[in-house]
Design a protein around this ligand. Structure first.
Ligand SMILES: [Zn+2]
Length: 462
């Protein structure tokens, strides 16, 4: 009899336990009390929304009641802020933070300062330090994924991973001798070593970064084309950035830079074209047909007075267009919020039509557009069930954010990077209450100060 009662008790208890497990589902992070810009297919906006994270994935997105369905390790109260997908910086050279603000607007800056300084000062340590510092800036500005290209890219990748960001890190390949190799072949070898180490990494996707059509030999471009196919890894490259480059290819090959790259077979779904300012209508058609991604770097392009890329036309014609900052010597800042206002305003001005670039379109480019540009829209760029948990909260309490009648408008025209309050990458909180929690920011600042004093001494002699 006693035994039966005990068994009955166990059955009842067991029943209760399994019912509980159904009633409250388990989560790691529940984000609540904010306006959720899902950026899903319907561009759904949920006021008083909730985003549920388990492990490194988003498991559910919905209204306020959703929070009650979960028992969670951590609740993040958005405090009325804007909850949005992590922003994607589709083109940068993060390690160059060490040279930021040096000789801005000097006409022969590239040959007088950048190349000599890079030859004298670039090392694995410099690549790491610059990337560490730049990643801190990006994290605190709401960038969760970057596409990078630089020398000693493996060292930059180490830093990006240490801060906790996602990176498509492409080893720079250029025909000239640089600190990390005497020619293109040496740098292709570096890329292969880096790829072997990082190809299965959760946050870092290694790849190839041929510098530009005119700075890499055709033979090296062919090797890169084959290797990128063999490894199924991305290629990022500056394309049609200057009038000079466009004219050179027309004169030498009777082709535009885009047509030249296509004749080699480089343009495909693994290719991310940075800039693409000097492109013809038929180039745009070709880029769409080849399904390439485009990194639109508005601020860097207007700072250097190069021109306005037809990125709006590309976006409207269905190309995969994301936003990029370019390196911190070109655009100085590395956050994407700082790009958005310029993207809206300059395209409107260039078209003399204020209706061509509504804020929603700009936020699309910063999030799901960036994910499409890197062909990762299945797992990044929007807040949807099953996607990777890269989430940003932008606070709406600072004076510049009050009042808000339209959240997209507030992000594009009112916000700045310092409004970013919380950043989650791959399900891990990287920034909380505007503070980086994955690294001691003071330490990186001190290292940067010491390095920049050395840069300054050398720059005085150039
Ligand atoms: Zn660049």
């Amino acid at each position: 009899m006693k035994r039966v009662i005990l068994m009955l008790a166990m059955v009842v208890l067991g029943g209760c336990m399994s019912r509980n497990a159904v009633d409250t589902k388990e989560a790691d992070i529940v984000i609540k009390n904010g306006t959720v810009l899902t950026m899903n297919g319907e561009r759904e906006v949920i006021s008083e929304g909730v985003v549920v994270v388990k492990g490194n994935r988003i498991v559910e997105v919905g209204g306020a009641d959703l929070a009650k369905e979960y028992s969670t390790k951590e609740v993040v109260d958005a405090d009325g802020g804007i909850i949005m997908p992590g922003m994607i910086n589709t083109h940068t050279h993060v390690s160059m933070t060490v040279f930021r603000s040096l000789a801005d607007d000097v006409p022969d800056r590239l040959t007088r300062y950048i190349f000599p300084l890079e030859n004298m000062m670039v090392s694995k340590e410099m690549s790491y330090l610059g990337a560490l510092h730049g990643s801190i800036e990006m994290a605190k500005g709401g960038v969760t994924t970057m596409v990078d290209m630089y020398l000693y890219e493996e060292s930059a990748a180490e830093a990006v991973k240490e801060i906790g960001l996602r990176g498509i890190m492409t080893q720079n390949i250029i025909k000239y001798p640089t600190a990390d190799g005497k020619d293109g072949a040496a740098k292709i070898e570096l890329a292969k070593e880096f790829i072997e180490k990082y190809r299965n990494d959760e946050l870092i996707t290694p790849g190839f970064g041929p510098h530009a059509p005119h700075t890499v030999t055709k033979e090296d471009l062919e090797i890169i084309r084959d290797l990128s196919k063999e490894y199924n890894l991305p290629v990022s490259m500056h394309v049609a950035e200057t009038q000079k480059e466009f004219d050179k290819f027309k004169a030498e090959y009777g082709m535009t830079p885009v047509e030249y790259l296509d004749s080699i077979g480089l343009l495909n779904e693994r290719f991310i074209a940075a800039h693409s300012i000097f492109v013809t209508d038929s180039d745009i058609e070709l880029m769409k047909k080849r399904d390439v991604g485009v990194a639109h770097n508005m601020v860097a392009n207007i700072k250097s007075a190069k021109g306005v890329s037809p990125a709006l036309k590309m976006h409207d014609e269905g190309l995969r267009v994301g936003l990029g900052t370019d390196g911190p010597m070109s655009g100085n800042t590395l956050d994407i919020i700082g790009q958005m206002g310029y993207v809206a305003k300059v395209h409107k001005l260039a078209n003399k039509d204020r209706s061509v670039m509504p804020p929603l379109k700009v936020v699309e480019m910063a999030t799901i557009g960036g994910a499409r540009a890197i062909h990762r829209e299945d797992e990044l760029g929007s807040l949807e069930k099953g996607k990777l948990a890269d989430v940003v909260i932008v606070e709406t309490k600072s004076a510049n954010m009050v009042p808000i009648y339209n959240p997209y408008s507030a992000l594009v025209y009112s916000a700045n990077a310092s409004n970013v309050d919380t950043v989650i990458v791959n399900g891990r909180v990287v920034v909380r209450g505007k503070e980086l929690i994955t690294y001691d920011e003071r330490k990186s600042r001190e290292m940067m100060k010491e390095f920049s004093e050395r840069v300054e001494k050398i720059a005085e002699t150039l």
